[in-house]
Write a protein that binds this ligand. Structure first.
Ligand code: AMP
Length: 389
């Protein structure tokens, strides 16, 4: 998801620039001013409450804004991103936006502020007033709208400056130049955006080999908890010995151990363009942990993929593997293999279901040669990366 807020005094050119942003980045446009005017036209309760305030150029109370904006945002969870125009307009609304984005498991990527001096705003709006049907485009009201902007809206800038996502652009330049500047900012923002993929599938479905190759192809970090744990065993660390015992009983490794290893990996991968997770999250609890970890790194899940392979083929693959030197301590007997499959069904399928509701899970047919499956996987991931960048 790409979420942008366009900021600036009335008449800065937010509406004009929104038009190209919506189509170029496939964003859902939310202008609180437009939403309020619609409420006014439809003479709804909210519209009637806001009517006099809008006509005088004041700011509508946050309670009203929350109601109109929440309906719009939560009504479009499938959208590939939002473009906010005229919101957040107060410091409180910045917090409100934070909460709303959290609800959608996403966050604001940048606030682009178009700067124009007060007199330019007045001149532009007075001109617009000659052709627009807006009740608030006359000089007295324009002055009041600007006063509200400098008193109540300007402090919002500090909020986003502190978060490191404020970008200022000279809004007095001609429309094409401003457009190019905005594009440059967004390109920069997108290049910093991590692409995070979570891979699911039954044991033996090919997640490891495919995930590793995928990470190499797209320059992503492969986070495979199984291998991390295996390395601990190889090193015969205290943790490694504990893990070995758990494996012998086909039990999950405690979350504390796994989380520490993942945190270390994230901490050591500051330059990464994104991550591919395999083998984590395995339980609902771990899926909440991953939400928390991403939040800490100001990131989120970009895509979830599940490999589909018929059960009989899975058992065949795992049995074959157990006769090779790739045999893992947990696939040495049929009963262990079945236990792992059972565990996947009981603990991990609910996670996939949760993700399906939140992000919509992409299913990949995992049957066929390595190349065939890899091509299917790559083309989906390519689409996913395009979607976020
Ligand atoms: P705009 O179309 O963004 O210039 O907004 C027109 C008018 O709607 C403003 O002058 C305010 O009265 C009201 N309004 C729009 N957005 C907000 C907001 N986020 N908070 C409070 N009032 C708003």
């Amino acid at each position: 998801m790409l979420n942008i807020a366009l900021f600036g005094p009335p008449g800065a050119g937010k509406g004009t620039q929104s038009e190209f942003l919506i189509s170029k980045y496939d964003l859902f446009y939310i202008s609180t001013g437009d939403l309020l005017r619609k409420e006014l036209t439809n003479k709804t309760k909210l519209g009637l409450e806001a009517q006099d305030i809008i006509a005088s150029g004041g700011l509508v109370p946050d309670e009203i804004i929350v109601q109109i904006i929440e309906n719009t945002i939560t009504g479009h969870p499938e959208s590939s991103g939002f473009l906010f125009d005229g919101f957040p307009r107060t410091y409180i609304q910045a917090y409100i936006l934070e909460g709303l984005m959290l609800k959608l498991h996403t966050s604001l990527d940048c606030l682009i502020s178009l700067t124009v001096p007060e007199e330019v705003s007045v001149e532009r709006l007075t001109k617009r007033g000659q052709v627009s049907a807006r009740v608030d485009d006359n000089e007295a009201v324009i002055r009041n709208r600007l006063k509200e902007y400098y008193d109540k809206t300007i402090p919002v800038l500090q909020y986003y400056k502190d978060k490191g996502i404020l970008y200022e652009i000279d809004g007095t330049a001609d429309i094409e130049k401003v457009k190019l500047e905005i594009q440059r900012v967004i390109k920069n923002v997108l290049s910093k955006k991590l692409f995070n993929l979570v891979l699911f599938g039954y044991p033996g479905s090919g997640r490891s080999s495919q995930g590793k190759a995928l990470a190499e192809k797209f320059g992503l970090e492969f986070v495979t908890t199984g291998e991390m744990l295996h390395r601990e065993i190889e090193n015969q660390s205290g943790t490694g010995k504990k893990i070995e015992e758990l494996y012998a009983q086909s039990l999950f490794v405690p979350d504390e151990i796994v989380v520490q290893l993942i945190e270390k990996k994230l901490e050591n991968s500051k330059e990464a363009r994104g991550f591919i997770f395999k083998g984590f999250p395995r339980t609902l609890v771990q899926s909440y942990i991953l939400d928390g970890l991403f939040k800490k790194y100001n990131s989120s899940i970009s895509m979830v993929i599940e490999f589909e392979v018929p059960t009989l083929e899975l058992i065949q693959r795992l049995d074959q593997r157990s006769h090779t030197n790739k045999c893992k301590p947990y696939d040495i007997s049929a009963s262990k293999i079945i236990q792992r499959i059972n565990l996947h069904e009981k603990k991990t399928l609910p996670v996939i279901e949760r993700y399906d509701q939140l992000h919509s899970v992409t299913k990949i047919n995992g049957v066929g040669s390595f190349e065939e499956v890899f091509n299917r996987l790559s083309s989906e991931v390519e689409k996913g990366i395009k979607h976020i960048r």
